[in-house]
Unconditional design. Structure first.
Ligand code: SF4
Length: 250
């Protein structure tokens, strides 16, 4: 697999714009050092970060993740108890008439597309993997309707194989922190991979998602309360000495 680092990638020797203000000295950090401190701060602030989709096996997580596109995890969790009771194996999603599956997942939105993807994906699982969910990024992303984000969610949370999940929070906060300038999720993932130790990839993603849902929502980041403030380019550029935010909307 080629790791195509984009133009915004800054290697480990690059200097970050971030400066640590705590000791009053204007000390410059390498991007690698900054990433290390961010990982440490996230571990302290969100030691228990977990995927919020409910599942009991890899197939359930794969289906739940497909359903979570353009939908809250909470809504998906309302639909999946009866769904997972009705469909226990990949072949059961294939056998059911498409219209019936559409109705079963309707509350998650975009249900026609999602039902079509679930059936196509499960058809492949049955045909190629005996109904089991494969354990590699390449095999997962070759399945219909499964992109890198979904594949990394499944790898990291169902199989314990580290993967960086670039959802909207991870993409936005990585840019705010100054870890990347990329906008494309795949380029962001490749920019983060050399900066974040591999064993932290899944946890790091879950922690940034937790941060995005709590202290750093897009419309009103609460920088003065944020554990990442000393390392965050946005906070350094948009908050005054007293920590008061100069600008609210990102
Ligand atoms: S310091 Fe502010 S902008 Fe930076 S990650 Fe924290 S809440 Fe978001």
């Amino acid at each position: 697999m080629s790791h195509g680092f984009g133009p915004g990638f800054r290697g480990s020797t690059a200097e970050s714009g971030a400066q640590e203000p705590s000791n009053g000295k204007k000390e410059r950090m390498t991007l690698e050092e900054k990433a290390k401190r961010i990982v440490r701060a996230l571990d302290q602030a969100f030691p228990e970060a977990r995927v919020t989709l409910n599942f009991r096996n890899p197939l359930e997580l794969l289906i739940a993740t497909i359903l979570s596109a353009q939908c809250t995890d909470q809504r998906v969790n309302e639909v999946t108890p009866s769904l997972f009771k009705k469909y226990r194996k990949a072949e059961e999603y294939v056998r059911v008439p498409l219209g019936e599956l559409e109705e079963d997942i309707r509350p998650t939105g975009f249900f026609r597309n999602k039902a079509k993807n679930i059936q196509a994906c499960c058809r492949e699982l049955v045909a190629r993997y005996g109904g089991e969910v494969p354990r590699t990024l390449e095999e997962l992303t070759a399945l219909p309707g499964v992109g890198r984000k979904t594949a990394n969610v499944v790898l990291g949370n169902a199989f314990g194989i580290p993967g960086i999940v670039v959802d909207t929070h991870v993409a936005r906060i990585s840019r705010l922190l100054g870890l990347t300038r990329e906008k494309d999720p795949v380029k962001i993932e490749f920019a983060l991979m050399p900066l974040i130790p591999q064993r932290h990839w899944t946890r790091f993603s879950l922690q940034l998602i937790a941060l995005g849902r709590s202290l750093c929502p897009a419309r009103s980041p609460r920088c003065p309360s944020c554990p990442l403030r000393p390392f965050c380019d946005y906070a350094l550029n948009h908050t005054g000495a007293a920590g008061k935010e100069k600008k609210k909307n990102l």
